[in-house]
Design a protein around this ligand. Structure first.
Ligand SMILES: NC(=O)c1ccc[n+]([C@@H]2O[C@H](COP(=O)([O-])OP(=O)(O)OC[C@H]3O[C@@H](n4cnc5c(N)ncnc54)[C@H](O)[C@@H]3O)[C@@H](O)[C@H]2O)c1
Length: 348
């Protein structure tokens, strides 16, 4: 369904008067776009910002781009029933290939998160999941999804809050006594650091980016190791901008390169214990994290045009491929950076 955009009356005076606002209702969801003459604009869904652009030519260009993002957002939404997030949106899979396995999912922000696509697949294959949410603000979006997953453990985890990650692993140790897999699907870079040149990045911006986007995976592996006495699988999310210079990916590309390297070292160190470590490298997906990257729409268009499959990936594509690697059948695959990008990375 395509939104029927209407313009909003009564916009505030002053600088705000130059900003135009539009809205559309799709079912129970409220979509809002605001656009400024200098080419900046925002897309909000139910009051939550899902996209921000600041590089369109003008107001009209910004509106056009944000409309496209809204269409894509709607296309990506899983079919939902009235309760918004119920088991109905978790695919029914007869082969419970991960039955008996217990996994930790870090990085669900909302229904568009890559971590949610992975969690749905893990659950569909029968795994039991522990789910974390960033903070109280995020809780209301994550909780219904955790309920749909029937997650017995749902806990806050802000990796900047000392002791929270340890608390999650303590609870898993007490309740499950083991862990079979863990998914790290988080990244963060302050706006100045992310949107500036690598050559200009401040020490603080660099350290924050590396800390949240790379070191926290190393720490997760450290805490997971004692719980993976019979082996296990650790996953993190990376992106092609680690290997090639991708416009606007900047310092995050540096962090992802370090992350992929950490995956290889940890795979070598933990391999003798039967613990496998993988980086998953999806093609671009319109998530909240992606909305911090300028001209993201152009990245999506390029991905679609260049990938051998001529299609964009979905969070469900990423989920099933990741779930496969958690299965014992994949026990001799480790240290991999697995591209789920329609083959984009093989094309010059
Ligand atoms: N969207 C893409 O195009 C794309 C492509 C390749 C890789 N990735 C990677 O996938 C991962 C997930 O991102 P996404 O695209 O699903 O976006 P998302 O916004 O849905 O997920 C990002 C997650 O990071 C979490 N996070 C940020 N700071 C945190 C902190 N201090 N403590 C705990 N959690 C924190 C957020 O709460 C959120 O759940 C990231 O590592 C991202 O770099 C994304």
């Amino acid at each position: 369904m395509k939104p029927d955009w209407k313009s909003k009356e009564g916009v505030a005076a002053g600088r705000g008067a130059t900003v135009q606002e539009f809205f559309a209702n799709i079912g129970e969801d409220k979509f809002e776009i605001d656009v400024a003459p200098w080419g900046e604009g925002h897309l909000k869904v139910n009051g939550r910002q899902v996209a921000h652009i600041n590089d369109a030519k003008d107001r009209r260009g910004a509106f056009r781009e944000l409309k496209k993002i809204a269409d894509r957002f709607l296309d990506q939404e899983a079919p939902r029933d009235d309760s918004k997030a119920s088991l109905g949106i978790i695919p029914t899979v007869k082969a419970k290939l991960l039955e008996g396995k217990k996994g930790l999912i870090v990085g669900i922000a909302n229904e568009n998160s890559i971590a949610w696509g992975c969690a749905k697949a893990f659950r569909a294959f029968g795994a039991e999941l522990a789910v974390t949410y960033l903070n109280d603000k995020a809780k209301k979006y994550v909780e219904p999804l955790a309920r749909a997953l029937e997650a017995p453990i749902v806990m806050p985890l802000d990796v900047n809050a000392s002791g929270q990650m340890e608390a999650v692993f303590d609870r898993i140790a007490k309740q499950w006594g083991k862990l079979d897999f863990a998914l790290h699907s988080i990244a963060f870079s302050p706006k100045d650091a992310l949107q500036g040149r690598v050559v200009d990045v401040s020490r603080e911006g660099f350290l924050t980016t590396m800390d949240v986007s790379c070191w926290t995976f190393i720490r997760m592996a450290h805490l997971a190791e004692p719980l993976m006495r019979k082996g296990g699988t650790l996953f993190t999310m990376t992106y092609y901008g680690s290997q090639m210079v991708v416009k606007n990916y900047n310092i995050m590309g540096v962090a992802k390169a370090a992350l992929e390297s950490a995956v290889r070292y940890m795979a070598a160190e933990l391999g003798p214990k039967g613990i496998r470590v993988h980086a998953i490298s999806p093609g671009p997906l319109a998530t909240r994290a992606a909305s911090g990257i300028p001209e993201f729409d152009a990245l999506l268009d390029k991905a679609k045009a260049k990938a051998p499959t001529r299609s964009l990936v979905s969070i469900d594509d990423v989920g099933v491929a990741t779930a496969f690697l958690a299965h014992d059948a994949a026990r001799l695959i480790t240290g991999e950076t697995l591209y789920i990008d329609g083959g984009y990375h093989i094309i010059d």
